[in-house]
Design a protein around this ligand. Structure first.
Ligand code: SF4
Ligand code: FES
Length: 368
């Protein structure tokens, strides 16, 4: 069956891997991109122009910490001028009275602010930065005072899973309109720290109950998005809405990827915006075409009535868990490798091991 190629809808612009925080669940790759390889302002402007011509509607400025790039307001202004909806995905530790006005003036539409925990000591232990929590609270205050829509993002893992009710209360107190209670996804540093981060089945049940209770308590005031850990599901998520269907990810050095973890896929060339156009990469590159649609699917996906709903799950998870990116996502209970997921959960350590913090491999690749 020939696949209809849709236009990408969202672009995730990973401006940099630099970040003042060191979260052990970061989805950035283990080999972080040094500053010297980052795209220039002009190169990012060209990416935005091309994305807009292709029909992209929203751009998410992300990282690392995108506010580490001094040209962020210029890029936001350019995106707004193209009619793109602009979202800033930030840790908030660099968003303050000095830096925020330039983003407001540039026309930024939305801020998504992440928290490591509602408990300050644990949040700063996990993020590896003293004083970060107060800076985040101040960032939230500034965004709300401006009237800009604010979404808070709490990443859930074993050490903070019991505090979901307090997180939701805090989101209301901070004036957020939307909050994401998102269990860690196990890619990049999250995968490296899986044994320390994975919640127990009991914790998952409690977080689900807490979210349901808060949805009633705060109905009409707060929208709660809830992301559960894939490993406890019996059907996979439709990762990225399907490979190469609606989503395009640009890495700090300009690699064009179908998802944030695609750089783990072996034996394929990674296209980049320094050597090819975005439109050509989207349509014809081997990376984007290899798992697009359903023709690549093995059994049982090939004969499954869910194949155009979940698109066979997540390719990067299939690679991480089954050693084959073209395998059925082992999260699916119908997958031949499903036992591997079950084994991960059955062998969770009673005492979580210490974190391996997100760090640059070489001291010369400074993060400031
Ligand atoms: Fe999805 Fe494949 Fe599982 Fe069917 S067999 S539910 S298509 S992952
Ligand atoms: Fe790559 Fe899911 S993260 S396909």
């Amino acid at each position: 069956m020939t696949e209809t190629i849709l236009s990408p809808m969202s672009l995730l612009a990973e401006l940099t891997h630099r970040c003042p925080l060191q979260c052990p669940y970061c989805s950035n790759p283990i080999a972080l991109e040094p500053r010297r390889n980052e795209l220039s302002t002009q190169e990012w402007i060209s990416v935005l122009d091309q994305a807009s011509e292709m029909g992209v509607l929203q751009v998410h400025f992300s990282g690392g910490e995108p506010m580490s790039r001094p040209d962020l307001p210029e890029l936001v202004r350019h995106a707004v001028g193209l009619g793109l909806y602009t979202n800033l995905i930030t840790s908030g530790v660099l968003l303050n009275e000095k830096t925020f006005p330039a983003l407001v003036a540039a026309g930024l539409d939305h801020v998504q602010l992440s928290f490591q925990d509602v408990d300050t000591a644990n949040a700063e232990h996990v993020g590896g930065m003293k004083g970060a929590q107060a800076r985040k609270m101040e960032a939230a205050r500034l965004v709300v005072a401006d009237g800009m829509p604010l979404t808070l993002n709490f990443v859930i893992y074993r050490e903070n899973a019991d505090r979901v009710p307090q997180m939701l209360d805090a989101a209301v107190e901070m004036g957020a309109r939307r909050v994401e209670i998102a269990h860690t996804q196990y890619y990049g540093w999250g995968l490296a720290n899986r044994a320390a981060l994975m919640p127990t089945a009991r914790q998952l049940e409690q977080t689900t109950q807490a979210v349901e209770a808060a949805r009633e308590k705060y109905a009409g005031r707060l929208t709660i998005d809830y992301v559960t850990p894939d490993y406890y599901a019996d059907r996979p998520k439709p990762c990225m809405g399907g490979w190469g269907r609606r989503f395009i990810n640009i890495s700090p050095s300009g690699r064009v990827l179908p998802c944030h973890a695609a750089e783990t896929i072996p034996n394929v060339a990674f296209p980049d915006v320094r050597h090819d156009t975005l439109a050509h990469i989207w349509r014809d590159s081997p990376l984007f075409t290899m798992f697009r649609g359903t023709d690549w699917m093995p059994q049982p996906c090939r004969g499954c009535d869910q194949r155009e709903k979940d698109w066979g799950g997540c390719r990067c998870q299939a690679l991480a868990l089954a050693g084959d990116a073209a395998a059925t996502d082992p999260v699916c209970s119908r997958a031949p490798d499903h036992e591997r997921v079950v084994r991960v959960l059955e062998t969770l350590p009673v005492e979580p091991p210490p974190f391996r913090y997100r760090r640059y491999a070489r001291a010369t690749d400074e993060v400031g």
